[in-house]
Each structure stands twice: as C-alpha cells, then as structure tokens.
Design a protein around this ligand. Structure first.
Ligand SMILES: [Zn+2]
Length: 481
C-alpha cells in the first residue's frame, strides 16, 4: 500500500470527493466544531481526512491570519473579538503543509494530535485515562486533536465516559471519530458531532486519484487503464491504488496497457465466460448458465465487474441486431431483439441489487432463473404446438435439444471423475454423437490440448461408452477448422 500512503491527500483541495470538500470548507471556515464523526466504508480516506482537519485547525498560517484580523478589528472597532475569527477564503482554510505543526502532523510525530485505535483501546480504563489527559493544555499546537479510529468498538461504559467529555469539552480539545459502522455509535454521541458521511467513490473520483499517482510516479500508462482499474476498485481509493501498484510491479517497467491489465485480472477469461453464459442463455440452459456463474465465483472474479461485462456484451449485440455498426466486433448473435432486451433488463436489475445482496452471485443467479422460467413457459407452449415431433427424431444425432441433453449427461458424468475436465467441457460444445463416435468442438486451442490429453480422452471415452452402451471413440476439433 505504498501508493495509497504516499499519495494520500494532504489538503482539502486534494480530496477527490467533491461532496466531501463542500462539506468541510464551510465547517472549517468558522469557529470549528469540537467533535467530528466520519462514517463510511473502508478505503475512502477517513483517517487521511481527519489528519487534514487536524492540520487545518493547527496550521500556523491560520494563526497568522487570525492575529492579523484581530489586530485589524481592534484598530477598527477598538475591541477584541472571540478567540478564533472567521477566515477569509478557501485558501486560508487549507493547511500550508510547510509549518512545523503541519509537518509534525503529517509525520505522525505531533504530541498534540493523537491517533487512537478504538478496537484496542475500547475499555472504560482507556477512556478515563483519555479524559484526564485531555484536560492538559496542548504542548505546542492550538488544539489537541484525538482521532479515534474504529470508534464503534468502544464498550458501552467507555462510550458513556466519552459522552461526559463531549458534553463539556475543554476549549483546546477536538475529537474526530472514524467508523465503518455508524449504526453502532450511540445516538447521544452522534448528535454531539458534526457528522460527515463518506460515500463510495465514483469512477470519476477514482480516476482523478489515479492521475495523481500516475503523475507522481511518472508512470507510463494507457489512459483507458485508469477507467478499467476504477471499475475493479469497488469504489475504494485504497483498493484502486493497490491494483495500480500491482500492475506497476508486473509490468516490469514496460508501459502499462489494457492488455496487461486483462492478463493480470483475467479479463480475457471473463470475456470467455461472458460468451459462454450468453450461449447457454440462448439455448435456455439454465443449469449450465448457473454452473458458469459457479466457475466465475471459483475463479475469484468480481461479480459486479462480470455483470458489467455481460451487459456491455449484450448491449453491443443489441446494437448489431438493429444494424448499428459498433467498434467491438462480436460474433453475430442469433437471439431476437426482444430476448436480448429482456436479458439486459434482467441483468441491469441484478446489477442494481448487487449492493444489498447477501451473496454477491445471488442477483445474477436469480436473473438467470427468472429468464429460465420465462423461456420454459414459452418452450412448453412451443412444444405443445409442435406436438411430439421431437420424439421421433434420432436420439443421438437429432435435434439440438436432444444433443443438449446428452451433452449435459456427459458433463455430469465426467464431473464425478474429474471436476476440472467438466469445467473445460462446459466451454465446448457437442458437434456430433453417434453410437461409436463423439466429436467435441471448441474455439480454444488450449481446450483442445487439455481434452486431448491421454487421461482426459480415457475419461471421455469411458463416460461416452457408459451412455451409449458401446465402445465410443472421442475426437476433439477446433471450431472452424
Ligand atoms: Zn501549516
């Protein structure tokens, strides 16, 4: 996490969240609140912001301004105003990052700005100790600032003790509480704080933070990579900085391209799964579509990212279907416009529900099941119209529907022998199947190699023979060859 630490914002102006900047400027421009509560998910810069606030209230530049103003006021009105006067502009609120106070706070060496971990100092004893010490005047700063991280971890007794201090805080003291779990902080505490909620970063905010890193590190990086990393960051600055750092490591000094990112984050295999799932949906194979989701999860792929890729693929398909030329060249999709449109709707809904899902894959799975139900209803209507036509077709070489059943049977049986082999098969298709020969088709050379391994062929032939009751020879072919 070198980048995250190195490039953490040092000024309000550098905070990537516009919302946050707009909240902080006004509150810091006047006589400052004595307690802040920063809440929100991890990796959004709550502690970084707490330090900026500590600097803003202690910066020597600020005293100078106030002194100047006081003198002026004295001359003009002949009286002294309160201990802290309104600063004039946004620029005056910012810490200078150059004075002794700013520097010591940035370094973490200030004796007056103390960072306390709520998780390891959660008891009544620690808070009592804090209450005693807070009465003492700051050593050199104007305000003694206590930054308590993970404040929700405090015990009830500790909170009660803290509350007493919050009710009558010494003039020189200031608290900044940070927590990821706002609901665990008692209402009595919350109501005495200036509450700032940190929101998940937008792609735009993330990209602006990456630019700061890119510039500072003089990185050679494709602009589009920033956008892709933002999508992978889950709205967290910290996570995004971590991904960038990993990319720099694997790039070995080469230019960081989208291809490198794809390689690192297996985006290529995501594309492959996306193709896979769409073809299962087209074939109304709910079961296979669901097992592809399982594979995606097993690979550790981010479901949100996967859904986005899925939706953008369908989007391109849709445009192609209505005759719009697109940059991305997809294989021609044989689904109807209505079907693609419906899938886009279902997956967009799943994407929205992701945020509140108990299991990340659940909304996607439910969308697939819903699609399966809708399609099966249509299928049963169709099949009753066609009467029992399909029954008369040769069981092994006939309709795709029958083929699908055999293929499913084969994969299920293979799975009991070899799990990963079954996984490979799911990405392939059955070209033909007779009493004595099974031809499997794949678009990928590495799949062909994998399936052609002696061990794999043995399992496939055994399983195929079990299904037909005859010895079966297995052939693997590359699609289009
Ligand atoms: Zn300063």
């Amino acid at each position: 996490m070198v980048y995250y630490r190195k490039y953490r914002p040092q000024k309000i102006e550098e905070l990537d969240s516009k919302d946050l900047r707009e909240r902080l400027y006004p509150v810091l421009s006047s006589s400052v609140a004595h307690a802040f509560l920063f809440t929100g998910p991890k990796g959004l810069g709550k502690t970084s912001t707490a330090r900026i606030v500590a600097k803003a209230v202690n910066c020597e530049k600020r005293f100078a301004i106030n002194k100047e103003q006081k003198t002026k006021n004295k001359e003009q009105k002949g009286k002294i105003l309160g201990s802290e006067l309104k600063v004039k502009s946004v620029e005056d609120i910012e810490p200078c990052n150059e004075c002794a106070q700013c520097i010591s706070i940035t370094n973490g060496s200030s004796l007056d700005v103390l960072e306390i971990d709520g998780a390891s100092n959660r008891g009544i004893e620690e808070i009592r100790d804090l209450r005693e010490k807070i009465k003492l005047l700051p050593v050199s700063a104007k305000k003694k600032v206590y930054i308590i991280d993970e404040v929700h971890m405090l015990t009830t007794d500790a909170f009660n003790a803290l509350l007493k201090t919050l009710e009558e805080p010494p003039v020189h003291a200031m608290f900044i509480f940070c927590t990821t779990e706002a609901h665990k902080v008692p209402g009595t505490i919350v109501s005495r704080c200036f509450h700032v909620q940190f929101h998940i970063a937008t792609d735009e905010e993330l990209i602006s933070s990456f630019h700061r890193i890119g510039k500072g590190e003089k990185l050679s990086i494709d602009e589009e990579v920033f956008g892709e990393v933002a999508k992978l960051s889950d709205g967290s600055f910290r996570e995004g900085a971590k991904i960038l750092e990993e990319l720099v490591l694997v790039s070995g000094g080469e230019k960081i391209t989208k291809e490198l990112l794809e390689e690192k984050y297996q985006v290529a295999s995501i594309k492959y799964y996306v193709e896979n799932i769409v073809s299962h949906l087209k074939n109304k194979d709910t079961k296979f579509a669901l097992s592809t989701v399982e594979d995606v999860i097993e690979k550790g792929t981010d479901i949100k990212y996967f859904l986005e890729q899925l939706i953008s693929k369908l989007h391109v398909d849709l445009l192609m279907q209505v005759g719009v030329e697109t940059e991305t060249r997809n294989k021609k999709q044989e689904m109807s416009i209505e079907d693609i449109k419906r899938l886009v709707e279902l997956f967009s809904k799943a994407h929205q529900e992701l945020r509140y899902a108990v299991l990340p894959q659940l909304p996607l799975e439910l969308a697939i099941i819903e699609w399966g139900i809708e399609k099966n209803n249509q299928l049963s209507v169709l099949s009753s119209q066609l009467s029992d036509n399909s029954q008369s077709v040769n069981q092994l070489t006939g309709k795709p529907k029958t083929d699908n059943r055999i293929w499913g049977q084969l994969i299920d049986k293979v799975k009991t022998h070899n799990h990963s082999l079954a996984g490979v098969l799911r990405g392939c298709s059955l070209k033909s199947f007779s009493d004595s020969e099974l031809v499997i088709e794949t678009s990928f050379q590495f799949h062909k190699e994998k399936l052609s391994e002696e061990k794999a062929v043995r399992v496939l032939e055994q399983v195929a023979s079990e299904i037909t009751g005859n010895p079966v020879k297995v052939l693997i072919e590359l699609k289009g060859k």
